[in-house]
Design a protein around this ligand. Structure first.
Ligand code: MLT
Length: 263
């Protein structure tokens, strides 16, 4: 489905009935990465999964982008769908967006799942790496970004033993618009440190991290779970950064028990 939000066409999935659950995707992926969770959770919940601006079937205007805009786009979509409150699940960049969303719209958050993400801002080195990657996107195209990102997104074992998954993740990256890749890299580079926000998060929270996650390893998940009052931590074994795709049943199971604990 396509909605007109903040002057752009935003694509989204809206499937199932019940308590709304919003799924926010990673970089440089799109809402298709949530397919296993949409299939399973829409049996009991209303699942909303947008493509961020710049990704999937959403419009990809020229940069700059900001994570605040991503958050405003999500809020605009919920307004359009007349959803006041939801549970939000964000993986990696989706999690960074949730910190921006929580800063502005905490009253709309019934529960949070922070998956394979981190509260810290980028280091100087990390920021420099993002600018270099944006340059690569412009000069060498999305295929070069797939080469850089695949070993970050998937664990070594998945890279070796799950060719279909590797191909799916690669194709998604290759089909992503350069403006979206560069825009999101800049947006992530300038995101603030959200560690001070963690103590202010007052809703039920589940933190999920893949045991083999390289970009946001379990230590980052532990930090969030320690600082958010009452948060639970689930480490998914044999899973890399895209833990929802490498171990979909374990990921969905953890989310389902969290959702059940809210009702
Ligand atoms: C993601 O999966 O969204 C990215 O790896 C996040 C990042 O580059 O920090």
């Amino acid at each position: 489905m396509i909605a007109r939000i903040n002057g752009l066409n935003l694509a989204y999935t809206d499937q199932g009935r019940g308590m709304p659950v919003v799924l926010l995707h990673a970089f440089p992926q799109n809402r298709a990465m949530w397919m296993p969770q949409v299939d399973a959770l829409s049996k009991t919940h209303r699942i909303i999964a947008p493509d961020f601006r710049g990704f999937g079937e959403s419009d990809a205007p020229q940069p700059p982008y900001r994570l605040d805009q991503f958050a405003d786009d999500v809020a605009g979509l919920l307004d359009l769908l007349a959803i006041q409150q939801a549970v939000f699940i964000g993986l990696s960049m989706g999690g960074y967006t949730l910190f921006a969303f929580y800063r502005k719209y905490a009253d709309r958050v019934k529960g949070l799942v922070l998956a394979d993400t981190k509260a810290q801002a980028d280091t100087e080195e990390g920021r420099a790496g993002r600018f270099a990657m944006a340059q690569t996107a412009y000069t060498k195209g999305a295929g070069a970004i797939a080469e850089i990102m695949l070993p970050k997104l998937l664990s070594p074992v998945a890279l070796q033993t799950k060719p279909n998954l590797v191909q799916r993740v690669r194709t998604t990256i290759e089909q992503t618009q350069i403006s979206g890749i560069a825009g999101a890299l800049m947006a992530m580079a300038e995101r603030p440190n959200s560690v001070p926000l963690l103590a202010q998060i007052a809703c039920p929270t589940l933190v999920i991290t893949g045991e083999l996650d390289g970009p946001t390893p379990p230590a980052d998940g532990k930090l969030m779970a320690e600082k958010i009052l009452g948060a639970r931590l689930e480490i998914i074994s044999q899973a890399g950064h895209l833990s929802n795709l490498e171990q979909p049943d374990a990921f969905t199971g953890a989310v389902r028990s969290f959702l059940n604990s809210l009702t």
